[in-house]
Design a protein around this ligand. Structure first.
Ligand code: UFG
Length: 338
């Protein structure tokens, strides 16, 4: 298939571009580089061994989106583009709603007008709120704890309403906690400023950019008192997108959600100690107070993805740490500017 990948220069998007190409698909990237660097594309081209066409614009621009679909004939869209920082979404909710919903509206209009019927969407386990664990795809109602999360829940609703009206087939991929990097160490997660998420923070401590990890609370009702999450290697996640794309035409309903997770919880300290093993020595940390809004523990029920997509996460926590560490060592300051 010829696949338009929105946000293809981002963390998960870039790994998925390579997975799509490895599976024999043609990829075109659209990315406005608001939260990624153009140098990502050069790395992707080296890894893929071929040029990757890129359109640098913001998808909320309806006219530019329309012109792209006029110029190229796509078989499918994989839609990653969007803002994704929880804290920032609380500070600037209007930016989050405008950008995340606006880009989806503009894409859906162009898809409907040009008869592009296949879409794979980047959703999040955040839409489960505090549902019982493990999270199952048939849980309702969807909810959220912040504007970022609401943009995901709202987009899922938009897809459910729009798909039947325009004959679309849409897979909603609910990610758990994506971590890790390409085994080459050439691409990986490159947060701008202070990392919000655990794994990139640990990696920056290990490489000396941050003095210590602050562990947000060790008084949760879990085995070691720290929060448990379902970490998933970005390479497994990328494969999950290919599996979903190739399954769209056979889906049992036009819009279907799939959890992409490993199905087990790993605590903050377990992940931290695994990273120490990857680095080969101890790292500094300090327990501080809880972070508002954090849930104690959640993980995915993975049955649907396994049975319907034939997809399971294969990489271990040690793989995730080793690959993150390789990427961080080779790129201590992330991607170069040019
Ligand atoms: N944590 C720390 N110290 C840090 C960073 C994180 O102890 O410096 C802890 C958090 O308290 C949490 C765990 O590490 O217990 C994981 O935190 P992350 O921020 O890495 O991930 P979250 O599970 O909070 O966030 C994920 C996704 C978001 C999504 C959110 C919904 O990254 O996109 O789940 O809850 F919105």
């Amino acid at each position: 298939m010829k696949v338009l990948v929105s946000g293809g220069a981002g963390y998960i998007g870039s790994h998925t571009v390579l997975a799509l190409i490895a599976s024999g698909h043609d990829v075109v990237v659209v990315d406005d580089f608001a939260n990624s660097k153009p140098t990502v594309i050069a790395r992707l081209e080296t890894l893929a061994g071929r040029p990757i066409p890129v359109h640098a614009f913001d998808l909320t621009d309806v006219d530019k989106t329309e012109r792209l679909f006029d110029a190229e004939r796509f078989d499918a869209v994989v839609h990653f583009a969007g803002f994704k920082a929880v804290g920032e979404s609380v500070e600037n909710p209007l930016d989050y709603y405008t950008n995340n919903l606006g880009s989806t509206f503009s894409l859906l209009r162009a898809m409907a007008r040009h008869d592009v019927r296949r879409l794979v969407f980047s959703s999040s386990a955040t839409v489960y709120g505090d549902a019982p664990v493990p999270y199952r795809e048939d849980h309702e109602p969807l909810t959220a704890a912040n504007p970022y999360g609401w943009t995901k829940a709202m987009q899922e609703q938009v897809f459910r309403d729009v798909a039947p009206a325009h004959g679309l087939r849409i897979a909603l991929l609910r990610y758990f906690n994506p971590v890790g990097a390409h085994p080459s160490g050439m691409i990986g997660e490159d947060p701008q400023g202070r990392p919000n998420n655990l794994m990139p923070f640990i990696a920056q401590v290990a490489v000396g950019r941050r003095p210590e990890l602050e562990v947000f609370g060790d008084d949760y009702p879990t085995a070691d008192g720290t929060c448990e999450r379902d970490y998933i290697h970005v390479e497994d996640l990328a494969r999950g997108h290919v599996a979903a794309l190739e399954h769209l035409d056979a889906m049992v309903e036009p819009v279907r959600a799939f959890n992409l997770g490993g199905g087990v919880g790993t605590s903050v300290l377990e992940l931290f100690h695994a990273f120490e093993r990857a680095v080969g020595h101890e790292l500094p940390y300090r327990v501080v107070g809880r972070r508002p809004g954090d849930l104690p523990a959640y993980w995915a029920d993975t049955a649907r993805a396994r049975e319907e997509l034939g997809w399971v996460a294969e990489k271990t926590i040690d793989d995730m740490c080793a690959d993150t560490w390789r990427w961080q060592q080779q790129n201590p300051n992330g991607f170069p500017d040019a």
